[in-house]
Design a protein around this ligand. Structure first.
Ligand code: ADP
Ligand code: MG
Length: 427
């Protein structure tokens, strides 16, 4: 490297990693698609068995897949989908697979338009000029639906539509989309449609019309959580590619696997732990990844997800949290909801915000407790009844940082509520 070069990367140099830890960090990301999925052979085989008729131009049954996050649903379905398209092209049959993430594509209009767009894109025979390009908004739904049918008829063959995170679609827009899609075959002559719904939420079928449910769940496949040993295998496979040889202490993979298995057998969490552990070692300029890094990674991931939760809280919850932070600052390390209420009332008045009732504030406090931001403990005070003691579990610095992203609260803190004044209230 020339001096000139060295200078131009100066700012970033110390963050670039020394390549002593990682060979290929990308392999540890969620988006990476491994070619072999250990411990999912039964599920993969079941999906393949249901889809196989499409290679003989017959309509496969619809499938509903359930399982908690990180149990390999998306990875397995994508794998089978790719294999099906591959087999189709070898057998000269027309099998197409389109994958929609309903967390993003969450209305009937967008689902139909997106399917149309994906089908036209994979169809190499349709020239660009012939494509319809349904706009992403604006048409009446009937027109979008009719156009989608045209596109499917022109394409012919079997189309497998994967609706990933289908529970989000149903929660946002009801089951009308599924009602229409599960009936589309009766309107088609030259083509056939099969739907695979994937849900993280086992109870989402409560929101479905029984007719929609019975047609969507012609086949049901469950993805159980992974146990610690299975997670070890999954991590080992990725680690072999991701890390430089022999940089992982012996205990690292089993520890990541055990922690993720305690959570709910989530491969995503296990991979995050392993990746962040490696990053911590890398940034610390260390040569090896140890159990200590895994513990540290666990704390970091938990704090990060809590910080994200707090930053999306509604204003009233932030004000309640702000009041609790002030209490903590003035050395009231343990306080009651009555204490919070007194301070909260002051703050809302000064900020000209609506003041919620004690009952509502207590609900918000319970929510913050469930998010793990604070912890509460019910104690008995003899004949005075029972009260709830509230406190922060850990250091509050990160929480302050997030709360201080709210400009009104920053100004409030600077102008009205320095610790001294808040302290007076409780003397
Ligand atoms: P889900 O869709 O059930 O939430 P994903 O399929 O997205 O889970 O899996 C989460 C992450 O874990 C992905 O990076 C995926 O590659 C990985 N993963 C899950 N199961 C396996 C497995 N059996 N083998 C290898 N990697 C897996
Ligand atoms: Mg998924």
């Amino acid at each position: 490297m020339t001096d000139d070069n060295n200078q131009s990367i100066g700012l970033f140099k110390k963050y670039l990693g020394n390549n002593k830890i990682f060979k290929n960090r990308e392999v540890l990301r969620h988006s990476y698609r491994p070619q072999i999925l250990p411990h999912r052979t039964p599920q993969i085989d079941s999906i393949a068995a249901v889809l196989a008729p499409s290679l003989q131009n017959e309509t496969p049954s619809n499938i509903l897949i359930y399982g908690k996050t990180g149990t390999g649903k998306t990875a397995s379905v994508r794998y089978v989908g790719a294999e099906l398209e591959n087999a189709g092209s070898h057998m000269n049959t027309c099998c197409r697979v389109v994958h929609l993430n309903c967390e993003v594509i969450d209305t009937q209009y967008r689902v139909l338009a997106q399917i149309a767009k994906l089908v036209e894109n994979v169809d190499a025979t349709a020239s660009d000029r012939m494509k319809t390009h349904i706009p992403m908004t604006g048409w009446p739904t009937d027109q979008v639906y009719a156009e989608l049918k045209n596109i499917l008829e022109n394409a012919g063959g079997v189309l497998v539509i994967i609706l990933d995170e289908i529970d989000k679609l149903v929660k946002k827009s009801g089951d009308e989309t599924l009602y229409n899609l599960t009936r589309i075959n009766s309107d088609l002559e030259k083509s056939k449609v099969c739907i695979i719904g994937i849900s993280n939420d086992l109870r989402f079928t409560d929101f479905l019309d029984p007719r929609v449910l019975s047609s969507l769940s012609e086949e049901e496949i469950v993805f159980p959580p992974y146990n610690a040993l299975q997670l070890c295998d999954i991590l080992q496979q990725r680690a072999d590619v991701a890390f430089v040889e022999n940089v992982l202490d012996e205990g690292v993979i089993p520890l990541c696997a055990a922690l993720a298995a305690q959570e709910h057998g989530d491969a995503r969490r296990a991979l995050d732990l392993l990746r962040v552990s490696g990053e911590l070692a890398d940034r610390g300029g260390e040569e090896r990844v140890s159990d200590r890094h895994v513990r540290h990674a666990q704390d970091k991931i938990e704090t990060d997800s809590m910080v994200e939760c707090i930053s999306t809280l509604p204003t009233q919850s932030k004000v309640v949290l702000y009041a609790m932070l002030l209490l903590n600052k003035i050395d009231q390390k343990v306080f009651t909801s009555g204490d919070v209420m007194r301070l909260y009332r002051e703050i809302t008045r000064e900020l000209s915000l609506e003041t919620l009732t004690h009952r509502r504030v207590t609900d918000l406090i319970s929510e913050l407790n469930m998010l793990g931001v604070i912890s509460t403990r019910v104690i008995s005070r003899g004949r005075y009844g029972r009260t709830k003691e509230i406190s922060f579990d850990a250091a509050t610095d990160r929480i302050w940082d997030v709360i201080m992203n709210d400009q009104r609260l920053v100004e409030h803190r600077i102008s009205r509520y320095n610790e001294e004044q808040a302290g007076k209230l409780f003397r």
